[in-house]
Design a protein. Sequence first.
Length: 318
Amino acid sequence: MDLATTRTGTPVSRKPDKQKPGAAHQLSLRMIRVKHIVVALLLSIFFFFVFCFIALHAYIAWVLSNPTVAPLYSTPMLAKGLEYEDVTFSALDGSRTMQGWYIPSEGATKTIVFSHGYGANREETWVPMYDLAHYAHSLKFNVVMFDYGFASQTNKDIATGGKKESQQLLGAIKFAKDRGASEIVVWGFSMGAGTALQTGLVTKDVDAMILDSTFLLEPDTLYHNIKQNINLPRQPSLEIMEMLFPVLNGTGLNQIPYSKVKKQDYAFPILFMHGTLDDKAPYPIAEELAANQSNPYSDSWIIEDSHHELLFREHPRE
């Protein structure tokens, strides 16, 4: 018997049954679900990395706004045998009370106001501040040493790159004037020097400045210092930081008058001092600022092979 035919001799079809329409539809839905899962997974990974990238920048901005500052460990009397007064005064805008020391020099009418740097307090031992205060006092200057808000041990504030600090320095200048100073010299270090230049834009009570390792917060110096610690791309890192700073410390880079400072010809004389090995504020900054000055007593001193704020440590005799 031929197996290809039935008993009646009719051929039997060997073609497979057609696939049911419902099965094809289910397979299509399954493929769509898989695609959705893959897309969702990829998007989740992408947004996770975006979140981590932004969170890293937020952490950097927060750390920069909240520097760790060591407590005071000495006094002018203990360090150099200088009589001093514990003083308080208000920032010029009344935003906070400042703490500091006033070191009087008998009969003196000239006062030096020290403007310390970022991450330090009025002692700034690596400068060395006590030695400079003693030297200024020996030249018959009164001396004001004070803590910026971010260095306060009792009422700590955020660091703002000079926006708030300039008002605090103006308060110190007013204090010196109220104590009888007829001539006031601001001696600034690092960001304290940049703050001094911002202050010089709005006051006529400063007669001269000495600026050591001037650091002016602007996009270039911000990125330069970030890159010293972590190799992030310039874009979009700067844009993200500029977006985060107003959120985290209330101050945007556009609120710091760095462009005006870099073009300003100050009426009073300024001595810019800077080391060629400064890795926080490259020395061409000082050269550029000095080149704008027309006061005949303004000058710059670029010191070979010297580092940020270590000029007096590395070249004491000079």
